[in-house]
Design a protein around this ligand. Structure first.
Ligand code: 5GP
Length: 113
């Protein structure tokens, strides 16, 4: 299922993206419909549909993704940011390839909508 997502096409270079970071485990690029002045997605190269499908064997990868969030946020000059992982339709997930949103450059409220 993840092999059919738009993010898989981005990973394969079939669809362009505004890349900000890349390594052997993941890719980070700007969201096409930004919800904040800075809105970046960090996605694993491995096709995990969502956090619901993450396995124990993915622990190192998941930690790496969070480390990349901090690296990219700092690269963007952020000292405050919101990190979001939507899991499942009712939580607002629309692309079923695991991704972490980095949102920054404006104030955020709590609780989220
Ligand atoms: P979700 O709602 O699944 O948590 O987030 C999916 C995000 O992917 C949305 O913020 C949406 O704007 C973004 N997105 C969807 N298609 C594309 C695309 O083709 N390119 C980029 N850069 N972002 C996309």
């Amino acid at each position: 299922m993840t092999s059919k997502t738009i993010f898989n096409k981005i990973l394969k270079g079939e669809i362009p993206c505004d890349e900000v970071y890349s390594d052997e485990w993941c890719l980070a690029f700007r969201d096409i419909e930004p919800q904040a002045p800075i809105h970046i997605l960090v996605i694993p190269r491995k096709g995990i549909e969502s956090m619901l499908e993450a396995k124990e064997e993915d622990k190192e990868l998941l930690g790496h993704l969070l480390w990349v969030v901090t690296k990219v946020a700092k690269q963007e000059g952020l000292t405050n940011w919101r990190t979001v992982i939507n899991t499942g339709l009712e939580a607002g997930q629309t692309v079923f390839h695991l991704h972490i949103h980095i949102l920054g450059g404006r104030n955020f409220h709590w609780p989220p909508g």
